[in-house]
Write a new protein. Structure first.
Length: 186
């Protein structure tokens, strides 16, 4: 067995054991109703922490929200969560968020994220693509504290704005770049 294969096997076994025993088991919702409730609660949490996100939601064509994404890694890593596309108060589809990564990393965490799709063109791209890879297709601006200070609802010009919230766990950094979002049945 090559060294790379041995490392990959050991990492996979360690991560699968850690994730199954962790408090982060809720990356997937049991039912559509559970996911609907989790998504609504997640958006309320985001809006309390970042009032600009709530103002943005009023201008957005739709909001793609993933209330709980679990990320783990030790050299090789991955993240998974399920969410929904909301147009106003109506749920317009269910999606999963999958990320794979490699490099200097170790630990596990959970977080939520929401992508505010500002145009019908961005919403249509999500619906018609065979999986939307963040970084390809509509332009997504990752909104952190620094970016939020320079934005207002009258200066918005990009296709989508993403917010990460409710981070828990021991892993440095969160990035949704390279994440693939695909429609799922519920």
């Amino acid at each position: 067995m090559t060294t790379a294969r041995a490392i990959l096997l050991a990492t996979s076994l360690a991560l699968s054991g850690w994730i199954s025993a962790s408090p982060f088991d809720r990356a997937t919702a049991a039912t559509a109703e559970d996911l609907d409730q989790s998504a609504d609660q997640a958006l309320q949490t985001l809006y309390k922490a970042n009032p600009f996100a709530e103002a943005l939601s009023k201008k957005a064509a739709a909001v793609l929200v993933f209330p709980n994404v679990v990320k783990a890694g030790l050299v090789f890593g991955g993240a998974y969560g399920e969410g929904e596309l909301k147009q106003g108060s109506k749920v317009d589809g269910y999606y999963n968020s999958v990320t794979a990564s490699w490099g200097v990393q170790g630990g596990a965490q959970s977080y939520g994220y929401a992508v505010f799709l500002m145009t019908e063109k961005a919403v249509d791209y999500l619906r018609t693509s065979k999986g939307w890879e963040i970084g390809v297709g509509p332009t997504v601006v990752f909104v952190d504290e620094g970016v939020a200070k320079n934005l207002s609802t009258s200066t918005l010009k990009d296709d989508a704005y993403a917010f990460v919230f409710s981070q828990q766990g021991l892993m440095a950094g969160v990035s949704i770049e390279g994440t693939k979002i695909s429609i799922i049945k519920r």
